[in-house]
Write a protein that binds this ligand. Sequence first.
Ligand code: PLP
Length: 450
Amino acid sequence: MEGGGLPTGFTAAPNDLESHWMPFTWNRQFKHAPKLIAGADGMTYYTHDGRELLDGTAGLWCVNAGHNRSRIVRAVQEQVATLDYAPSFQLGHPLAFQLANQLVEMAPHGAFDHAFFANSGSEAVDSALKIALAYHRANGEGQRRRLIGRERGYHGVGFGGISVGGIVNNRRVFSELPGTDHLRHTYAPEHQAFTRGQPEWGAHLAEDLERLCTLHGGETIAAVIVEPIAGSTGVLIPPQGYLERLREICDRHGILLIFDEVITGFGRLGSSFAAEHFGVTPDMITLAKGLTNGTVPMGAVLTREGIYDTVTGAAEAAGGTIELFHGYTYSGHPLACAAALASLEVYKEEGLFGNAAMLAGHWEDALHALRGTAHVTDLRNLGIIAGIELAPRPGAPGRRGYEAFTLAWEKGLLIRVTGDIIALSPPLILDEGHIDRMMQTLKETLEAVD
Ligand code: PLP
């Protein structure tokens, strides 16, 4: 244990759960049967009633180095005692610059030269979309205002993110920004079910971007944003050659390509970023989650060479004292920077991305051994990510997934479900024993679920 774990003298459940309106939660069910987490350490969560849970999801895809890492805890503690907060507009503090330098250095293919800070994945996405619009305007192409996402994409919950996102429940109540459109998603079980790694079928789906260029005029499109692996809609692995083709079409039409790497960044695929893993260089990368190991909220946008220079150059020519009218009170917050710098040290010194790469084969074999287990209609994986698709219960979509989540919780395993799809993304400090335990518990869970 590294200093985390079950707090001594902690109290059990708060005696009134009502006031807290919980995010993305079945509130009434939760308050009827709460699932409360009270402590954590390494690969383990502790429930409020003292049970241990194996963390199969790195929290929400963010705690890549495991929980309560003493180095990160210490860095945050020392930072809050040194500089709690510094204004982020027209002023700076050293750690934000240090962190930006390190991120640019580790970014793929030596192609990125600036980092813009936000406080979440949603904010990183909205920042990237705005930077795309600002870039084209500064480049004399102010007509490029259309933003393209993809069906079954998730880019957070800001109005920009839900507009380019493709999750119907995030959109049907709130509507969307004008001038957005979507590529087809890439999932086709009839061609891809039970594929290990990237499916062979589906690269041609990238041509859907040509269709949108024909429909809207390629010269009106500012940016295309995709998750290299769609996580929140149930782990959709890109077909072989798909991302490469998307890159080619963007180049042909002068469209910026944004990879939303909020979940794939920081080792999930065994490399720093998915862009590195797939050998495709986007124009921007959005980051959050693993950036600070989930300890302090933070998001970031990495921009490719030329974007910052174009925006700042045009603004200078026009006069004025601010180049990009965008930013947050907490952009580059000192505690977040301290947490991020310490997380990057832990990732590097412990070789955690390498550990993920080394274990990816065992992960894949253990996952695919679930083939034939009750309810399972597809298994998909890449790096240390897995998706397990269950047949929905007739007339009650999502209920079987939710019950599997509850039963796994009772059996000591934290999983994540999206409808009837289970997603696994454990901390990268895991070993083969953790993988085997996870898959065994999952098998028992699925066999017990109706
Ligand atoms: N983008 C992607 C790909 C995500 O998976 C998420 C969250 O899961 C987000 C953006 C939003 O991040 P946040 O919840 O930090 O706003």
